[in-house]
Design a protein around this ligand. Structure first.
Ligand SMILES: [Zn+2]
Ligand SMILES: [Zn+2]
Length: 133
């Protein structure tokens, strides 16, 4: 049995059923939203709309930029892009980073993986060429 939470922050006449995990505001059944993250977060309407209207985080953008720059210059940058993309995806899953960054982050991760693959391939080719001498 839950303790009485008090009244909804937006509807003073309605009893709250949940507490927002972001701002701690009381929310009634109409105001509460659950994110599809793991674990799911219980957000009030305000935090939920803020969470989904937020721009992609700088880390997501940086990861993608690194991935794109890396593929045309130095593949080692791709490894950094991959790490950034992976970290960002994990943060999005936890609900700590804005959902908008998901595509950017997975883009960064894939660009990074491609470059990682190319690096390994180049090393193998170099190794074979060296062994064949
Ligand atoms: Zn909130
Ligand atoms: Zn309400």
């Amino acid at each position: 049995m839950r303790h009485a939470l008090g009244q909804c922050a937006l509807h003073p006449e309605v009893a709250a059923v949940e507490i927002c995990t972001r701002c701690g505001a009381f929310a009634c059944g109409d105001c509460v939203e659950f994110t599809e993250t793991v674990p799911s977060q219980t957000l009030c309407t305000t935090c939920y709309s803020r969470y989904f209207s937020q721009k992609a985080s700088q880390r997501a953008v940086a990861g993608l930029v690194l991935g794109l720059v890396g593929i045309s210059t130095c593949w080692l940058l791709g490894i950094a892009a991959w790490i950034l993309g992976q970290q960002e995806l994990e943060a999005i899953e936890r609900g700590e980073a804005p959902e908008k960054g998901r595509n950017l982050a997975s883009g960064a991760k894939w660009l990074g993986l491609i470059q990682l693959g190319l690096t390994v391939l180049a090393a193998l080719i170099a190794g074979v060429a060296f062994a064949a001498r």
